[in-house]
Write a protein that binds this ligand. Sequence first.
Ligand SMILES: Cc1cc2nc3c(=O)[nH]c(=O)nc-3n(C[C@H](O)[C@H](O)[C@H](O)COP(=O)(O)OP(=O)(O)OC[C@H]3O[C@@H](n4cnc5c(N)ncnc54)[C@H](O)[C@@H]3O)c2cc1C
Length: 446
Amino acid sequence: MRIAVVGGGISGLVAAYRLRTLLGPDADLLVLDRSDRVGGILYTGELAGEPVDLGAEAFVGRRPEVPELLRELGLESQLVIPAGLRPLVWSGGAAHPLPEGTLMGIPANAESMRGLVDAATLARIAAEPERPLTWEPGSDTDVYGLVADRFGAQVAERSVDPLLGGVYAGSSRSIGVRAALPTLAAALDNGAPSLTTAVRAALPPPSNAPVFGGIRDGYRTLLDALAARSEAKFVTATPGTRLARGLRGWVVDPIGAVDAVVLATPAPVTARLLGGVAPAAAAELAGVELSSSVVVALAVPRETALPQNSGILVATGEPLRAKAFTLSSRKWPHLAHRETALVRASFGKFGDDAALSWPDAELVTAAAEDLATVTGVPIAPSAAVVQRWPGGLAQYAPGHPARIAAVEAEVAALDGLAVAGAYLHGVGVPACVASGTAAAQRIAAR
Ligand SMILES: Cc1cc2nc3c(=O)[nH]c(=O)nc-3n(C[C@H](O)[C@H](O)[C@H](O)COP(=O)(O)OP(=O)(O)OC[C@H]3O[C@@H](n4cnc5c(N)ncnc54)[C@H](O)[C@@H]3O)c2cc1C
């Protein structure tokens, strides 16, 4: 079999690696990417002579996909876990502990919001169970619409937005309840009489397992292993990559005839590629919007008195340019021994991509100034690196799961074609690994 994987991000690389394990050494695998670097949004660069992840820097540790993959590849010694420090939220010009016991920032009681929201909002949360809730089972809405209506705008902007900003580079206004909070949608579908009750039903059981995991030498270690073990041929795509039906399978321009194809490209590219072969799916995917962001990694003197927290998230409406900081040397014990302390600042979210066009020097200055503001300590970076991610994250808008179900149904009817990627069933790396695996299984099962 000759198989093309279009897109060499984590979704495509996992698909290629799984195809190799499922089909054996005779399969002719080609990975086509418009970039000459594999990994897509996963990119380990260098700062002060040491590796630093400039895209994703972690993964949800309670999902099994990444630890299992690392074990399978003999990389289990690369698995690291955070120190367990909590993040702060910058709101109203002050740092607050990130509320605990919430569902993506949505509280299960008023007490968890104390200090972050005003007294009127606390009273509104406490009284919420007494207000009748109308929810049409199976319906969807943006997270802001639900949370602001039940608990008030402060909860959405100060508690929910900082967390959704971290996952999607979006906000409660751009993200739908059903995709981002499926257990909450299920509790509401099941007739929860209030949002408070629904959040309580939807919260995961308490666990001492680490929430996040990471990779000691950066994601590059995983990407390199997947690329090598896939034994695929890597081809740099021309801007006009095209997909069409062939006599015995598919034709992918510029590599020619293949028996099967995995499309592991971002939603708009997949929409274009599917245009001639699955027009309804293409139209659905063309409606998936993207957000852009910029990561600025700073090396600062070790003795800088950064707070003992994993990071600082910024609430909506604060007069800062940065949206979040990861205090990497505090968050990750394996980074704490470095000669300089490492901080990652993030800029940009859905609807605000101005930072993409700022010069590097301006971004570094903004990162250092805003970090000084939120920590209250002078910041003097000794080195910095800037990474832009235009269109890096899909927005899971209201109706997203139904949209994706329609796409997958149309693609499932086409023999030898599969899709994978961060716009399908979650933007996180574990979900991408799962989607690459599922795509490979579908092709191999032919
Ligand atoms: C700043 C940032 C931080 C993040 N942090 C985390 C985190 O800490 N934890 C986490 O779990 N997730 C995180 N994510 C999300 C996660 O990194 C991504 O969702 C995931 O890496 C996407 O993988 P992918 O393979 O689906 O897509 P991509 O990585 O986007 O790969 C798609 C590939 O398709 C290629 N391509 C595009 N057009 C064409 C074409 N025409 N022809 C051929 N190839 C093409 C691209 O070059 C790219 O290599 C973060 C995302 C961003 C932007």
